[in-house]
Design a protein around this ligand. Structure first.
Ligand code: ZN
Length: 499
């Protein structure tokens, strides 16, 4: 190890330890903690967060970074960690501390206002907070802006480095041109009967099957835990302790299974990161979008395919003979691929998902670049849903108030979800040329697919950027066309439409 870099280690380790404690408390809050604990635990979390921040962002670390800028003898890992650290410094130094404090207070209050607005179905409760959040985000983006850069581009770059409006406009234009007509054709086609997925399914049995499913994918229970929470999520402290959750519904068999497969995809990413990277600043996924590409690859491309279910379906049938005994594999898989344009993003099917993101992207652009009046947002939201999905939410709690993101100040986050889908299709396109994906799934050799992803994506953690990972694997720059053709091919087939 470089001798000057070595001076950083105590700071990095302290930061890592605080973050581990924070992640554990967060996990506990979502899973086991009693209802009334949050208010008090939040106090401890606040202190830990401050400590975590100042353990890294301080004058001593800055001085070491300056020394390191003159060093030539640094390993790739050291350079990657320095790059990450410099970025954190840039970010935290750009905003005056007083404004940062005001903003932090605002977002903690706006979270409560959003909850109340959603509960009472009243956008006007949240509107004044959203207005202030937008003003702050524009101001902050202004601080970090390079010459000629647009404000929304600065915000987008926070979540998915180097992806801006130019590329996203093209991406969403293609979706509009290709996917909207496809959706219209599907809506006119004979609909799939998926009612058998909504019979009564014993939760204990579901748990047993979901645990089996996670293990089958390669989730290592010696290095992982599976629990329940209201909203499924994945967290980890390092690559030897990765935790996922699921939520079970008695009248919805697919919900828990697909979310186990989704979170399982996130978990395999974290478990696959190299030992020497874990517990460092690069011991995490390359970006939100790249993380989502892995979860969605497993959920959609694998988990909704016939090949995946071929070796598994009999076991599921045996567990639920009354509900599934007479349902063929064919019909089961078709039911998993039902397309139904609806209001709620988190419940959207694979085809309409990106249209939900498109609505949010267009509104965020208006908030940041076009000074839209916040009061007009609910109507604009509804108009866009009508135009793209053909449905109009009757109430704002099922419309503009459904997502938590804007209340937390996350403006510019949503497009990462769409990019994740597009990354996964590009990765899949290459994978099919390198290994026999369908045959491996049909014969239960999913481990070969997992190892492939580990070799090309997972092991690198955040030491490489998403664009580099894609280029190294596929020999090509990011190309959304793979996603569009994947969707067209899949759903033309599922709905037996003429080409
Ligand atoms: Zn996810």
């Amino acid at each position: 190890m470089n001798q000057i870099f070595e001076k950083l280690i105590p700071y990095l380790d302290k930061h890592m330890a605080f973050n581990t404690a924070i992640a554990m408390l967060d996990w506990d809050n979502e899973t086991l903690a009693p209802e009334e604990s949050m208010e008090y635990t939040a106090k401890a979390l606040g202190v830990l967060s401050e400590e975590s921040f100042s353990s890294l962002i301080n004058p001593e670390v800055k001085e070491i970074l300056e020394e390191l800028s003159k060093e030539k003898n640094l390993s790739d890992l050291e350079l990657a960690i320095i790059r990450k650290l410099e970025k954190q410094f840039q970010k935290s130094e750009a905003i005056p501390p007083k404004e940062m404090r005001e903003y932090t207070e605002l977002t903690s209050n706006s979270g409560k206002a959003w909850q109340k607005a959603k509960r009472e179905n009243d956008f006007s409760v949240f509107a004044p907070y959203l207005e202030k959040i937008i003003a702050f985000k524009k101001k902050f983006a202004g601080y970090g802006k390079k010459d000629g850069q647009k404000l929304y581009d600065v915000l987008l770059d926070d979540y998915e480095e180097s992806f801006g409006m130019e590329e996203l406009d093209l991406f969403f234009d293609k979706l509009k041109k290709e996917i909207l007509p496809l959706l219209k054709r599907i809506q006119k086609a004979p609909q799939v009967d998926d009612s058998f997925l909504h019979l009564n399914y014993d939760i204990e049995k579901q748990k047993e099957f979901n645990r089996y499913l996670a293990e089958y994918m390669g989730f290592d229970f010696n290095r992982g835990v599976m629990a329940e929470s209201e909203h499924p999520f994945t967290t980890n402290w390092h690559n030897h302790d990765v935790r996922i959750t699921t939520h079970y519904y008695e009248d919805n068999l697919a919900s828990a299974m697909l979310s186990t497969i989704h979170e399982g995809g996130h978990a395999l990413y974290e478990m696959g990161i190299r030992d020497e990277y874990t517990q460092t600043l690069v011991g995490e996924g390359a970006s939100c979008g790249m993380h989502e590409s892995q979860s969605r690859f497993f959920e959609n491309i694998v988990g909704r395919s016939r090949a995946f279910w071929e070796p598994l379906y009999k076991k599921l049938q045996d567990m639920f003979p009354k509900q599934l005994g007479k349902v063929s594999l064919e019909n089961f898989v078709r039911a998993l691929n039902t397309v139904k344009a609806d209001f709620i993003r988190t419940e959207a099917d694979e085809l309409t998902y990106c249209l939900h993101i498109m609505v949010r992207y267009e509104l965020e652009k208006m908030m940041i670049e076009e000074d839209v009046d916040v009061k007009e947002l609910p109507d604009l939201w509804n108009q866009k849903y009508k135009e793209y999905l053909g449905v109009e939410p009757e109430e704002d709690s099922k419309g503009i108030l459904q997502d938590i993101h804007w209340s937390m100040g996350d403006i510019g986050y949503f497009p990462s979800y769409a990019l994740g889908n597009a990354f996964s299709a590009q990765i899949y396109h290459q994978m099919k040329q390198d290994i026999k994906v369908d045959e491996l799934l049909r014969t239960g050799k999913i481990s070969v697919i997992r190892d492939y992803l580990k070799e090309h994506i997972h092991q690198y953690g955040a030491s490489l950027k998403p664009r580099e990972l894609l280029k190294n694997l596929t020999g090509e720059e990011f190309n959304p066309d793979y996603y569009i053709s994947y969707l067209k091919e899949r759903f033309t087939k599922e709905y037996q439409l003429e080409e």
